[in-house]
Design a protein around this ligand. Sequence first.
Ligand SMILES: [Zn+2]
Length: 215
Amino acid sequence: MPHRLQIEAKFSLVSGLHITGEQGKLWTDKALVVSWGDGKTPVVPATTIKGWLRESAERLLRGWGQQVCDSSRPSEICGTCLVCEVFGAPRRRSALRFSDAELHEGMTDVRMNVSLSRRRKAAYEERLFSTEVAWQKRLTVHIEGWFTSLAEAQRTAALLYLAANAGFALGAARSRGLGWLKLEAFTVNVDSEKLPKEDLIAQSKALVSWTRSSA
Ligand SMILES: [Zn+2]
């Protein structure tokens, strides 16, 4: 029987957040992504959350001496490493499903930035652009997955927990000081039963020593 993994990760946001949407907005160059449902609630898309956790997992595993591929170079995604196993690859579907995170309780505003031409640093090529920013205290992320073995479900939860803890800033404007977040709570359910925190920590430690010994 397949095992169902459900994760809820709660982050507190230390700064504002910006994920560039496709929808244009009058007077704003870079508008936020908004919910399909109501067309106005800002969201962090599932793909952004997945990409962010993947990048964090890659960085961690590389630090432990594991060979993992670099998802920032899509042509080099290997399909066989632990990161590909958890997050998927072109010919390998991930067992996980990430949901969009809606930013309900916050407010948004627009900040101005200056873009500098990288080629010629001439002042006349500077240009002002506006970025819409969501200010919000909390971000809740939901992840779900199905696994054939209990051990695999728990190992995946442990990797996601470590990645969520170690993640840098989220979103396109992170180089401008936006998107900083901190993990506050990480709840794991396997087959609708809560995995005790001690077990999650034990699983995480086991994963770290397993990767180190197999590096
Ligand atoms: Zn890979």
